[in-house]
Design a protein around this ligand. Sequence first.
Ligand SMILES: *[C@@H]1O[C@H](CO)[C@@H](O)[C@H](O)[C@H]1NC(C)=O
Ligand SMILES: *[C@@H]1O[C@H](CO)[C@@H](O)[C@H](O)[C@H]1NC(C)=O
Ligand SMILES: *[C@@H]1O[C@H](CO)[C@@H](O)[C@H](O)[C@H]1NC(C)=O
Ligand SMILES: *[C@@H]1O[C@H](CO)[C@@H](O)[C@H](O)[C@H]1NC(C)=O
Ligand SMILES: [Zn+2]
Length: 777
Amino acid sequence: MEDIQLKESEYKSDDPVRFKDGSEHSTLSPRFKVLLLAAVCVVFGLVVGVLIGFFSRSGGQVSEETGFGGLLTEGESWVPEALMSEVDPSRIERYLRKLTEKPHLAGTEGSYALAEYVRQTWLEQGLDTAHVAPYHVLLSYPDPDKPSYVALLDSNDDEMFRTAPREPSLDLDPPANISSVVPPFAAYSPSGIVEGELVYVNYGRTSDFARLETMNIPVAGKIIIARYGKTARGRKLRRCQVRGALGLIVYSDPADTVGTGPAASGRPLYPEGWFGPGTAVQRGHYLYTGGGQGEPLTPGYPAKDYMFRLNESESEPLPTIPAYPIGYNDAWHLLSAMGGPDAPSSWRGGLNITYRLGPGLQASGRARKVRLNVNVNRQVRPIHNVIGVIRGRVEPDRYVLLGNHRDAWNLGGVDPSSGTSSLLEVSHAFGAMVKRGWRPRRSLVFCSWDAEEYGIHGSFEWVEDFGKILTERAVAYLNVDMAVRATYSLRGRASPQLAPVLLEAAKKVPWPVSAPEGKTMYDVWRKRTPEVEGDPDTKPRVDLPRSGSDFTPFVHRLGIPSIDLAFFQDTSMGIWDYPLYHTAYATFHLQKKIIDPDFVFHRAMSQLWAETARSLADSLILPFRLSEYGAVIGGMLEDLESRYGSQLVARGISLDWLTSAVNNFTTVVETFDAEIAGAKITDPFVARMYNDQLMQLERAFIDPQGIPGRKFYRHTIMASRLYSSATFPALGDAIYQAVNNNGDTEGAWRNAQKQLSIITFTIQSAANTLIAIDLTS
Ligand SMILES: *[C@@H]1O[C@H](CO)[C@@H](O)[C@H](O)[C@H]1NC(C)=O
Ligand SMILES: *[C@@H]1O[C@H](CO)[C@@H](O)[C@H](O)[C@H]1NC(C)=O
Ligand SMILES: *[C@@H]1O[C@H](CO)[C@@H](O)[C@H](O)[C@H]1NC(C)=O
Ligand SMILES: *[C@@H]1O[C@H](CO)[C@@H](O)[C@H](O)[C@H]1NC(C)=O
Ligand SMILES: [Zn+2]
């Protein structure tokens, strides 16, 4: 764990060698003068040596005007091309084959074995260091001796129907051991047997529960059945729990895993195709992680051996009622037996039944009630992150981090091993450059996270452990989780100032197959996923990195500029998560026969990831464009005005100060960008000063007190909102509550005013980091 604290010996060797003041010489004895002369010769030799060191390190390119040599050179121009052509799809295929042979669930031997494999591979590839960073976190596993299930009971309480204990094995080419995968379960569910009447709640969103309430369908004392999608598993379960439900069954509806529209019936199901068969079941964690607290028993602190741990009963994210996931073949038996009024039309999924709300089952059928029997255990177990480093040449204490999680619910054919195989190819390519004598200006840090599937624990614990260092030194974090789930277009998420460097890299990467939209990734991306629909000159769409994978702790806890990349499907099919997400069928076969047989999309991902990281690690001045941040904040102000302007006026609340702060910020970032674009950098300290300001700007949006009600979510711009809107998260939520509050309206409006002043102050503070030297702004 100490390896991340990179040595600064290269700086020390650059220290200027000082001669003594001449006036001292006259007072010395002749014998001493001889010694001094000898010393001067030695020192002179050292100076020459140091200068030779400078010159050779920069590959002979010396900045002649300054004499600072390699301290002021740009990255070497042969590297981008050489780095990208090093990426080899057949090697990625071999990595993926190896990674998907056996299950690698967090906290098991399989994940530890791959941790060692990744560490060894990185050392063989030529990284300077690679080590395992372990933590002890609360995990959750099904009881191997007592399968969980849902059953329909008749009037004698005899079971008439019972759900399948696991997905059946399939004959695959190449074969995959599906029976080695952990059976479907809801991670962190308590164990328990509950029996009662069923109620259907669509996706289990807050609005879905509200609709049930208006229809007088009770939730308390019932077993709820919901379909996967639209909202996190843990949120569905928490909404059931707070309303007094007995338990929750979640199923994958064909509308969401085969899609909708006339084309849906012709879509090939796995193992012939990409779409979800009725036996496939989505695993996943059911923590209520809205708070961003990391591992459940050590909120805010790393789960090290000596750390104080909460009791499970004190842990906010842990659920207290049981949950269990099933596939749509089994769900068909439950839903088709249901009674009660018909579901609203938008609640009807893709099954060949009449969707009913309940409560209870049809009087005409034999089934009388439902039994939910869940056997799941929580255990504290070790997890293993792996961290590998290529040390920087000039600024080893500045880190460009690349990360992907390694743990999987299944064999990992897509999530996450398509990303892990791409990461191993990126590290291979950089290692090959190092073997050719190259070194990046800044350090590259490769991260293989464990236990992401259980709630992003591996990266959260590491970020908690090294938070102080990362706050001071991390330039950017580049995440890839599922590299290739489909091959329609790229989904890019990025902190605004990083979007330009990502788009520049995308212009250099060829689109892997012939496409009418163009030859480069940039061309196809902007046409298929445009920022502005219908604009022929549109840029590719890049979203903000709100939450969902290992970038979350970097962005939301520390304010480290981040990127998240994935190849995605055409979402007009009506499918958001890919159909086999977290099912036992996400095998090597799925990639090799269905998604990316030649691994050319994997190659493209590795190339994009590598070139973006290289540019960030090797450019003299960080390739950040801060005016992009100004545009995002300006857009949030516009959204606020158009959405709530009249209500704010009616309450006598002025947006003048916020507008002033946004204008100041926008002006300052534009001035700063222009100053850097026009600057001729001749002094390494000036380069470092600019780079520090560029790197630190995002930290200025971190409020140490956190977003209201979510103290570990501290990013005042990126935090996800509780209520949908595109404005500043805490302020938007506060105004929403004030506008929609039936109770304490005065208190809600006072909170809105407080949030307005906080975001005004925060934006002005961020502007000050780019101007204030004399602390008067
Ligand atoms: C498949 O996995 C199961 C459970 O881990 C194991 O018992 C079995 O030997 C494996 N089969 C093959 C062909 O590897
Ligand atoms: C926490 O657990 C300990 C040991 O099991 C027990 O003595 C204590 O009462 C628990 N505290 C709370 C608040 O649940
Ligand atoms: C209805 O759907 C179920 C579940 O997918 C399937 O098993 C059954 O064969 C279907 N029935 C008809 C008549 O299509
Ligand atoms: C914006 O800048 C102006 C000019 O420096 C200053 O007077 C004003 O107070 C700033 N706005 C805020 C919100 O601090
Ligand atoms: Zn993942």
